[in-house]
Ligand binder design. Sequence first.
Ligand SMILES: *Cc1c(COP(=O)(O)O)cnc(C)c1O
Length: 395
Amino acid sequence: MNLEELDKKYVLQTYARDYTNFVKGVGSVLYDDKGKDYIDFASGIAVNSVGHGNERLANAICEQAKKIIHISNLQVIEPQAKLAEKIVKLSGYDMSVFFANSGAEANEGAIKIARKYGEIKFDKKRYKVITLEGSFHGRTITTVKATGQEHFHSSYFSPYPHGFSYENSIADVYAAIDEETVAVLIELVQGEGGVQPFDKEEIQKLASYLKKEGILLIVDEVQTGIFRTGEFLASNLYEIEPDIITLAKGLAGGVPIGAVMTKHKDILVAGDHGSTFGGNYLSTAAGLAVLEILEEMYERGDIAEALLYFENKLQNIVQKYTHLFEKEVGLGLMRGLRAKSSEIQIKTIKQSMKEGLIVLKAGRNTVRLLPSLTITKDEINEGFKRFEKAISSIV
Ligand SMILES: *Cc1c(COP(=O)(O)O)cnc(C)c1O
């Protein structure tokens, strides 16, 4: 049986998969089993924040694996405490952290904190969470319900938990708040929804309004966090101080991890929440190595330089291929090209793959670009060379 047959026979077919078999990666270059190379502008959907085959990350993982991979959360875990400290210090917020294993799980934790907050901080329980249309918050029964995209709420998986509603825009959130609303959950740049950033002033206005009303602001930074927008958190870039922030994707460079951080440190107490794997030695040692690498790069100005360089290239594409793309969208190294049709979007992704470049889809007509934060100028140049080759055949 070849790999494709093996996959089709034994793996549940929940993905529309591409069958290129990648066997090795170096930085932002991936190699398939035939030796063909690909520039990686996807980094495993914003996960491989320090690229592939990163020596420092690999060594940190190996060294930790040889000592202890896992002991339960009933014991204190040194790299977990150190990673929590690192996250809090980089964020600049006075918060504490709970570790989970994925973005959805981090958001579940955030919703649990909000619901308990709504129970103990108000005379009459508040439990409703407002989210936005076009948002994406995960695939568990609760986080998929928190996701503001109707097509995710298939009746197959019903009944869903109550208490989630969706608003069309930030401006609509105000009127939707009632006496049962406990939190507003948003992405600052909607990732899956089409790489759509919100206006900074509008977000700041919402944040101060919610603070005044005693309603929690939860920012889902699963995709925007870990220097993706140029700052450690998009919340730093937007200069707001949320009540709860969730992280995952880029935090441990590909080792599964999720985190929820909050300034309300006294809401959850022993027994309220937990995870078997969450925050174990392996994932948090990986997270520490990733944050050390990225912090050094940030301090040197390397991340700022990479994102400027990447943005310039993208602007050139938009100016040159006006018949294909409307505009570029996004922030930092979380970018998109708004295609003039979903057909152009799909063709661009397919042709790019043929030319040896991996790009992603987002929303109905956006080509999404999420390169590793360690991508070099040479890799960016080569990637865009291949991109132009790929789209030059599209009419
Ligand atoms: C990817 C993503 C999630 C879900 O993360 P998983 O690790 O797949 O559970 C949640 N929120 C946002 C904004 C995401 O981009």
